[in-house]
Design a protein. Sequence first.
Lengths: 320, 433
Amino acid sequence: MGSGIWSTDVYDAAARYRAATGASAFAYSDSGATKTHHDLDPLGVTRESRDSAEHPQSVAIAVLFDVTGSMRLVPRALQAKLPQLLGLLLRHGYAENPQILFGAIGDATCDRAPLQIGQFESDNRMDDDLGKIMLEGGGGGQKTESYELALYFMARHTAIDCHEKRGKRGYLFIIGDEMAYSRLKHDEVKGVIGDTLAQDFTTSSVVREVQRKWDTYYILPEGSSYVGDSEVLDFWRALLGQNVIELADLDAVCETIALTIGLGEAAIDLDEGLADLQDVGSAAGTAVSKALATIGATRGELVVTEPPADLSGPSGNVRL
Amino acid sequence: MNHVIVVDLGYGDAGKGSVVDWLCSASRGYRTVVRFNGGAQAAHNVIRDDGRQHTFAQFGSGTFTPGVRTWLSRFMLVDPLALAAEAAHLASLGVTGALDLVTVDKDALLTTPYHRAANRARELARGGARHGSCGLGIGETASYALAHPAEAPRAGDCLAPRTLERKLKALREHLTDELGPLGPLGGPPLADLCDAYLAFAGRVKLADGADLRRLLRSGRVVFEGAQGVLLDEWRGFHPYTTWSTTTFANAEELLAEAGQSAVRLGVTRCYQVRHGPGPFVTEDPSLELPERHNGRNAWQGEFRTGHLDLVALRYAVEVTGGVDGIALTHLDVAEQHPELRVCRSYLVGGEPLTRIEPGPPHDLDHQQRLTSVLLGARPVLHEPPASWAEVVEAEAGAPVTLLSAGPAAAAKTERAFTRTAAPRNNIAEPAMS
């Protein structure tokens, strides 16, 4: 072939050669870290996406991915790919003032880092958060991970202006290949996030609450253990309906997320988005078009559900 | 030592990368890949059993196997900028520290952004008559070095800041003068380029021929060729060739210096492919074969496909001086495409032609005559064989020792050859174990 696919940017090259260790984007993880990086610790914190003079109409976007063993090499690929997301959104005008948060999901029953949560950032400082994510590679091997903890955090511990000021939900993408546990366990919430809940809650009630604030998507990528697994897909479809995306080509993950947001922001329709991809020479078109066929075709206004009974009312949170 | 040289017997894209990856997999035990021709324009795709994919340009295609090193010999045209980007992508796939595993011969020529800029300016001026260059400045690098051997920037110069700056400056001025009205010559500021190259020398190990000789005496090495024999600068169909010796010759030279020898392994698909313009007798635009990593690119033109050309294959084997074994790839595609045919002879002006006559060494007039013959030749196509391996073996006069039915190592099968093909030398068992 010989298309010269490797960048010959002189400044990138100099920086790469000078990087002290020649380390990857996974410096923290590869350094032998055994616990969540302090900056990503969800204990007792709330993450805020706020309007500013620079970014007057912020749109909150959160991408959380499963870092347990069943995902195999997917987390590493995501850690390397996701830095492109901001550029994609801006270049194509899919979202004008995106603020992006990255996070990682593990297994609270056995992992050292069951939940890692970065900050909402509107420039490439979000890359730093990605680099701090510890790739756990654990998990329990029973096709379930603690997605419900992450969903709970997003429901209760985020404050986003797009929703609070403009009644517009943020975009939440969960990338994984397993099911959530069926119940949110109050002792895990206490230990990981710090809230005191009177009892356990069903995961479906947590999902209903998070959907009030977040337009929530589940992405199941190829290359993970349970790709195409109907039990996993059915589980998430029962919770999220059409917002379950099977992604055939992991290389297309940023494009898929970007187009989903572009569709949601009504910045484009699916055909325009795919044409954009072609214009920039992206090979992702086929995978994205397949992944988004349902969403692009049937997307309508989302019904905002009432708060579920078992989670409404005073939350009983005790902030640490 | 049981070294092996892997060379593509066609126009490139036969699957060298996946063969080298397989050779370097843990069970086979080759620990170093030596590159001996071409440069950063190589694009050897490797897809691992675990789904990871990388297009190897300067790193050896065995790099996915932990600990496998790359040696860029003096015959390579090294692009330090692209090398850094390639290492970064490997890191994203979990192959960290790739830069620690690469050694560059100090005598290797550098392909710089100035070569690249000149290359592109000239190709653009050529318009429709493009040669199928990659647009990466390989030809510019080679021709400048031929004209100014002492002044051409080499990897070792990156250790000497003043020499490096002087050579790059001279190069830029020379190319600017040469381009004249086709200019101005693009590329980064001199100081910034020097800075990046010094950083390269601070990070990557630079060595000389004596180090390679030691290496060749101490462990088994895969020599990974780039491009293909039919694109060879002297044996390809002039002018549709590359600026590089694509046969076994360079590798044999390095081996001889160390008093070593190697098994010569030729690679061919069971059909024919070619990037860009030039003779392609068995081309069949109606074929629709899957091609995951090869598309059109602005500098090389269309990716073309056609039927297995045994006339060209025999020519390739003959001009390389023979092979000990053949790796036959893409058998999975042949399996799914019964429309694939086999070409044993051409028709030229109504007359059959079964042999492309090699000329004397270094005779480009002869090669140009071959080009005009081939451009007017029509293929005589036959039904696909029951066994592709047996046909290739019989026609090429060398045993098919490796069958590949897919990119991953798991799709490779070693084959005990069934008939006695005449081996080139006294290496009786071309099996690579």
